[in-house]
Design a protein around this ligand. Structure first.
Ligand code: RIB
Ligand code: CA
Length: 310
């Protein structure tokens, strides 16, 4: 049976790779995309999301535009220095053919869960603002969603937005705190695993030479992102695999080693955006989440390769 998913996303170079990975996986039925600020402004990420469903001839998949700013604090940063001004490595795509939905992403998320009780998996791969707004709008979605699988957070790995915080959590810690404490089945695919899945320059060069519409899009958006990884991490054309790892988890959770652990998100001070495990519940009565701590990196890369080139 296919898994129905709704991806909440800020495309974004690695979001692009993740969305194409999902759209090309027959086990997954992408019911919709919701756009969020993050790697670029939300007007831009929404347009990019629309463009990606059209690229794979999925014009029927609805795309809703979501929040432009975090719940409480002003935006901390947008990721244009990582993903380019257009979020797509500066390739300046033409306008998509289709239109965005006429309702905000939070409402779209609520309506989609209510229409698919117990069947829909939410896959947020950007800041969690839309998801928190949806919980506020209709708290019943917590019991009606099948599961929530996020790309975000870090426990043992260094942060990538602050010494302790991963970017998606850092960019709206208050929203993340709501999502972590909602009490729904939540899996965190964070930097502890995504940094271990490395697409080498050789792997990417071969992928980009395949020449189908998906790999052609990846070929175009990659150079800006690779340049950032070179300057920031000293990687010579290699990339960490963030958002596509969440899709790999949906396809085969057995590729990941995960533990159920009580966790919370820090929202104040210099550690704001940190995802903290509190095994003994010393700091509060936190909800258990499923935290990915290990990964079969080779198999994730093989799966991505198979779907993108097949
Ligand atoms: O930390 C990695 C995450 O931040 C990814 O989702 C990437 O797209 C950026 O949003
Ligand atoms: Ca993202």
């Amino acid at each position: 049976m296919t898994k129905k998913i709704l991806i909440d996303t800020d495309p974004g170079v690695d979001d692009t790779m993740a969305i194409l990975f999902a759209l090309r996986s027959p086990e997954l039925e992408v019911i919709g995309l919701a756009a969020i600020f993050g790697n670029a402004y939300v007007d831009v990420t929404a347009k990019n999301a629309l463009h990606l469903v059209e690229l794979e001839n999925n014009h029927h998949i609805p795309v809703a535009k979501g929040a432009a700013v975090p719940l409480v604090e002003p935006p901390r940063s947008m990721g244009m220095h990582v993903h380019g001004d257009d979020g797509m490595g500066g390739i300046n795509l033409p306008d998509p053919d289709g239109e965005l939905l006429g309702i905000p992403a939070a409402q779209f998320i609520v309506e989609t869960i209510l229409a698919n009780p117990g069947e829909l998996t939410l896959v947020p791969i950007g800041p969690l603002t839309n998801i928190a707004l949806a919980v506020r709008l209709e708290p019943r979605i917590v019991d009606l969603v099948k599961e929530v699988v996020i790309m975000g957070g870090t426990v043992y790995a260094d942060g990538n937005a602050s010494p302790v915080a991963e970017a998606n959590i850092y960019n709206d810690p208050h929203a993340a705190a709501i999502v972590f404490n909602a009490g729904w089945p939540l899996t965190m695919v964070g930097l502890d695993v995504t940094l271990k899945v490395v697409m080498t320059k050789n792997y990417l060069d071969k992928l980009c030479s395949v020449g189908n519409p998906a790999t052609e899009m990846i070929r175009q958006v990659l150079p800006f992102y690779q340049q950032f990884h070179m300057e920031e991490y000293g990687l010579n054309g290699d990339l960490h695999t963030h958002d596509p790892s969440a899709i790999a988890y949906l396809l085969d959770p057995a590729l990941f080693q995960a533990e159920q652990i009580p966790a919370f998100v820090e929202t104040v001070g210099s550690c704001s955006g940190q995802t903290v495990l509190d095994r003994q519940r010393q700091l509060g009565d936190f909800k258990e989440i499923n935290v990915c701590l290990g990964v079969d990196d080779r198999s994730v890369l093989d799966l991505f390769w198979e779907r993108l080139t097949g």
